[in-house]
Design a protein around this ligand. Structure first.
Ligand code: NDP
Length: 456
C-alpha cells in the first residue's frame, strides 16, 4: 500500500518509504500514522544530512516502541455485574531517562492512540531538558457516569497488573484524559499495597502524599507561558486580547486561570457535547463555578449557559467560529480541522497554543503555517505538565518540598527554554516554524543518546 503524504507538505522519498513500513506494520493505527508522518517530515532533512543517524537506523527505532503491554482489566460494577476492559502501557523510548507519560481512561483508547501519544511524549520530554524517556498508557474504561466505588475497583484491578512493570526508576505514569486526582489516588494506593513500597511511582499525586504544588496547574499555565513567549516575538501581550479555549477539564481550566491573570478575556469552554460562549468573559468567580461543576459534581458544560445569563450554548459544536485573537485547543486530538482553522484565521486569530495533544489535523496545521500565524504544537506548548511531573519526581526522591513560587518559576523557566529551542531549530528567515523546531530539537537529543548507547 502506498502512503499518501499530506497535501502541500514537502516529503522525501526516504520519509515516504519509512511511512509505508510503519503503515504496513501497524495497520489501522491512524492517529499513530498521523503523528509519525509529522515527525518524519520535520526530521528527515536532519537524518539525511547525518550519515550516523542513517547507519544506526535511529528513526526506524524511534517509531518502534521498546515494549508494549496489553492486559485484561476485570472488575465488578455496583450492580454486581462483571465488567471487562483492556489496559495498555506503551513504553516507547528510554534513551534519556525512565519512561514517563500519562494514563488515559476514555472509550476511544486503543493501541494506535496510545502509540501516537507515546511518540509525542518522547520528543516532548526531551524538550523539557529533564532526563525523562517517553511512554503512555490507559484503558478504554469510561469514568463518566461511574460511581467513586466503581472507579476505585477499576483502578485497583488496572494497577494489579501494571504494578509489576513500573517503578520510580523504570516507568512513572501520570494523569491524562479521565485520570485526575481521584484516579491517581486509587492507583497509588493499590501500587503501595502490592509493592509494599511508598515511592514516587506516579506523578500528579495529592499534596498530602508526595504531590507537587502547581502540578494540577502546570499544563494549562505552561501553554499560556508558551503563548506569551510566542507573542513577545511580535511585541504583543495578552492585555485586552480575546481568547477561545476548548475543553473544560484540567488543562482548559488552568489555561483559563492563567489567561485571566495575564489580562486576556476568555469567552468559550466546551466538552464533548458542545460549547458555551460567554460574551462577557469567564471571570474568576465563573471559573471557580466551572471547577466545581467539572471536578466535584462532574456535570456538563451546558449547565454553565443555564446558570450564567447572557451565555449561549452551541450543542455539538467546537469554539472555532467565535471571533478571537488567540486560541487554546485543550480537549483532545483532531478537534480542530481545516474549516475550523480557516475560520479562526479569517476572523483574525493570530496565535494558537495547543494544550491538548495533536488537537489540530494536518490540514489545519497547514492553514496555520501558510498564514504564518504563531502556532505552538502540543509537544512544545503542553510540555509544562510533564516538566512539573519531573520536578515532583525530584522532590520525592530527595524527600523535599518546593514552594508554589519556586515550582512556578521553574515551570516558567522551562517553558522559556523550550520556546528558545523551538526558535533555534525552527527559525527560517524572520518566521519560526514551531512544528519543525519542536520535532528537530527533541529528536536530536534523543537520537544522540541512542547513538551513544549502541544498538539496543
Ligand atoms: P480531562 O479529562 O481533565 O478533560 C478533557 C476535556 O476534553 C473534557 O472537557 C472532555 O469533555 C473533552 N474531551 C475529551 N475527549 C473528547 C472528545 N473525544 N471529543 C470532544 N471533547 C473531548 O483531560 P485533560 O484536561 O487532562 O487533557 C486534555 C488534553 O490535554 C488531552 O489531549 C491530553 O492528552 C492533553 N494533555 C494533558 C496533560 C495533563 O497534565 N493533564 C499534559 C499534556 C497534555 P467530556 O468531559 O465531555 O469528555
Amino acid at each position: 500500500m502506498m502512503y499518501e503524504a499530506t497535501e502541500g507538505v514537502e516529503t522525501s522519498s526516504a520519509a515516504n518509504s519509512l511511512m509505508e513500513t510503519i503503515v504496513a506494520k501497524s495497520p489501522g493505527e491512524l492517529e499513530f500514522h498521523q503523528a509519525a508522518r509529522e515527525v518524519l517530515d520535520s526530521v528527515m532533512p536532519v537524518v539525511e544530512s547525518e550519515k550516523r543517524y542513517q547507519n544506526a537506523k535511529i528513526l526506524e527505532r524511534l517509531v518502534e516502541p521498546e515494549r508494549v503491554l496489553m492486559f485484561r482489566v476485570s472488575w465488578v460494577d455496583d450492580l454486581g455485574e462483571v465488567q471487562i476492559n483492556r489496559g495498555f502501557r506503551v513504553e516507547m523510548n528510554s534513551a534519556i531517562g525512565p519512561y514517563k507519560g500519562g494514563l488515559r481512561f476514555h472509550p476511544t483508547v486503543n493501541l494506535g492512540v496510545l502509540k501516537f501519544l507515546a511518540l509525542e511524549q518522547v520528543l516532548k520530554n526531551a524538550l523539557t531538558t529533564l532526563p525523562l524517556g517517553g511512554g503512555k498508557g490507559g484503558s478504554d474504561f469510561d469514568p463518566k457516569g461511574k460511581t467513586d466505588l466503581e472507579v476505585m475497583r477499576f483502578c485497583q484491578s488496572f494497577m494489579s497488573e501494571l504494578f509489576r512493570h513500573i517503578g520510580p526508576d523504570t516507568d512513572i505514569p501520570a494523569g491524562d484524559i479521565g485520570v485526575g486526582g481521584r484516579e491517581i489516588g486509587y492507583l497509588f494506593g493499590q501500587y503501595k499495597k502490592l509493592a509494599n513500597r511508598f515511592c514516587g511511582v506516579l506523578t500528579g499525586k495529592g499534596l498530602t502524599y508526595g504531590g507537587s504544588l502547581i502540578r494540577s496547574e502546570a499544563t494549562g499555565y505552561g501553554s499560556v507561558y508558551f503563548a506569551e513567549d510566542m507573542l513577545a516575538t511580535r511585541n504583543e501581550t495578552f492585555e485586552g486580547k480575546v481568547a477561545v479555549v476548548s475543553g473544560s477539564g484540567n488543562v482548559a481550566q488552568y489555561t483559563t486561570e492563567k489567561l485571566l491573570q495575564l489580562g486576556a478575556k476568555v469567552v468559550t469552554l466546551s466538552d464533548s457535547a458542545g460549547t458555551i460562549f460567554d460574551k462577557n468573559g469567564i471571570d474568576e468567580e465563573k471559573l471557580a463555578w466551572v471547577m466545581g461543576l467539572k471536578n466535584v459534581r462532574r456535570g456538563r458544560i451546558r449547565e454553565y449557559a443555564e446558570h450564567f445569563e447572557g451565555t449561549e450554548y452551541f450543542p455539538d459544536q467546537k469554539p472555532w467560529s467565535v471571533k478571537c485573537d488567540l486560541a487554546f485547543p485543550s480537549a483532545t486530538q483532531n478537534e480542530l480541522d481545516e474549516d475550523g482553522a480557516k475560520t479562526l484565521v479569517k476572523n483574525g486569530c493570530f496565535c494558537v497554543s495547543e494544550g491538548a495533544n495533536m488537537p489540530s489535523t494536518p490540514e489545519a496545521v497547514e492553514v496555520f503555517l501558510n498564514a504564518q500565524i504563531l502556532y505552538g504544537p502540543g509537544k512544545a506548548a503542553n510540555a509544562g505538565g510533564v516538566a512539573v511531573s519531573g520536578l515532583e519526581m525530584t522532590q520525592n526522591s530527595g524527600c523535599m518540598r518546593r514552594s508554589r513560587d519556586d515550582v512556578d518559576q521553574q515551570l516558567r523557566r522551562i517553558m522559556g527554554s523550550i520556546h528558545e529551542n523551538c526558535v533555534r531549530y525552527g527559525k527560517n528567515g524572520g518566521v519560526t516554524n514551531y512544528v519543525q523546531g519542536a520535532n528537530i530539537a527533541g529528536f536530536v537529543k534523543v537520537a544522540d543518546a541512542m547513538l551513544q548507547q549502541g544498538v539496543v
